[in-house]
Design a protein around this ligand. Structure first.
Ligand code: PEP
Length: 253
């Protein structure tokens, strides 16, 4: 059975004190997650260890970084490597979020290197893809997302690919309050699963977790997550409120 995941992406939000409050609130909530259900929380670098400690007693909860560098170590002032994250006991890392592609010029080549290093160090990459509004308006989203996945991931062998989570996040839906309809999400997720199947075979495709991201909220998560190829969500804004994220986690079942 493939994993169903509610993943939070805090981006560059929260003071240390706010982060502690939010994590403590989440740690006090009761969830009865099934064996294949998980919660992943991607916090800013300075809060990773605190988050790990505060959620330590929560089974099926994992802490993620939001990025890592494409080199293993060296003179890259201000950067954080996959090796460092692994040495802190962090299990996941977001790679290729559209904000990083857009504002930090992260190319597919760079993202492929980041993915390789994350996997080498035993981290689970959450590989993001998704088209902007202009691409969608020209109805070129399938081809666009396919290229992002091919260029960022299809150099991996089957074993390595099987450890990757994919997040489809249409840029026009991120932080805009404009969610893709459940049908639009399902259509793209089915397309992604098909191209994964063409490359790695149907069994691998069937086991690949594909998250939807883009204005997921407590009141739309149920409908989105109930689509057959939507395996949970990557959630920005709504993950900064404990009660709202709690609702989203409950929508996994
Ligand atoms: C995101 O940052 O990955 C995201 C989907 O943000 P939001 O939920 O705020 O649209």
């Amino acid at each position: 059975m493939r994993k169903q995941i509610a993943a939070a992406n805090w981006k560059m939000n929260c003071s240390l004190q706010d982060a502690e409050k939010l994590l403590t609130a989440l740690s006090q909530k009761q969830f009865s997650l099934k064996e294949n259900e998980q919660v992943v929380i991607a916090v800013p670098f300075p809060y990773l260890l605190m988050a790990k400690q505060l959620l330590n007693g929560k089974p099926s909860f994992f802490i993620s970084a939001q990025n890592c560098h494409q080199k293993d170590s060296g003179a890259y002032t201000g950067e954080v490597s996959a090796a460092m994250l692994a040495s802190c006991g962090i299990t996941h890392v977001i790679i290729g979020h559209s904000e990083r592609r857009q504002y930090f010029n992260e190319t597919s080549d760079i993202l492929a290197q980041k993915t390789d290093l994350a996997l080498q160090h035993g981290l689970t990459p959450i590989f993001c893809c998704g088209e902007d509004l202009a691409v969608r308006e020209h109805n070129e989203q399938n081809h666009f997302v396919e290229s992002q996945i091919r260029d960022g991931l299809f150099h991996l062998n089957t074993e390595a690919f099987s450890r990757v989570l994919i997040a489809y996040e249409p840029i026009w839906a991120i932080g805009t309050g404009k969610t893709a309809t459940a049908a639009q999400a399902q259509e793209m997720h089915a397309h992604i699963r098909k191209i994964v199947g063409d490359k790695y075979g149907n069994e691998v495709a069937d086991h690949t977790t594909i998250l939807y991201g883009g204005s997921v909220k407590g009141d739309n998560a149920n409908e989105l997550f109930s689509q057959p190829d939507v395996d949970g969500g990557l959630v920005g804004g709504a993950s900064l409120k404990a009660d709202e994220f709690e609702k989203i986690i409950h929508s996994l079942s």
